[in-house]
Ligand binder design. Sequence first.
Ligand code: NI
Ligand code: MN
Length: 226
Amino acid sequence: MKITWLSHSCFELIESMKILVDPYVRDNPRAPKPVDELDPDLVAVTHGHADHLGDAEKIARRTGSPVLAVSEVARYLDGLGVRSEGMNIGGSFQVGDVLFTMTPAVHSSDITVTDPPRCGGEAAGFVIDDGIRVYHAGDTALFSDMRLLGELYRPDVALLPIGGRYTMGPREAAIAASWIRPHLVIPMHYNTWPKIRQDPTEFRDLVETLCDSEVVIVEPGDAVEC
Ligand code: NI
Ligand code: MN
């Protein structure tokens, strides 16, 4: 699988299909490429905040790719005439060879791309199984059921927020890694703006003291093969 970090919480996963998660592009100061160059087969959105739902509507309209999201966000997109697939926490949904499981996240989720914001249901994460299993945690606090996610889904790769303030910081995210025990961890949701400034090497050093997971620090636009 080729995993490309498009900065913030936005990743492109390519194996049997091209999956784009949390497409925050046009308003993202660190986005490595313009929104018109993204051509996913499917867009997965963890929650309604503008830095996650982002450009999902625009991309889905142009490419015709469906948007996978929690029911409330899916209904909002349906109302705009965008093809969407709703699901909810704890459920799985098979698309082609890929199994998507929606996981809990401890966070809020109003749809902030509208004015005024609307109810976006619950915030979530995903385990995406396309042969390689990737856990995208979304925006979340540390919660002890991450141990269960590790046991149940055995992710090969975990994408964890480390920015603090709105999500886990390096200390909490390092504990999350030690509970999930993936082979590889890629930190996300940091240094997009001054409010979530972090040193990812601090996170890497903490993980090294707690478990065997390898932390790979990538730059926006960089890809990891696994
Ligand atoms: Ni959020
Ligand atoms: Mn966020």
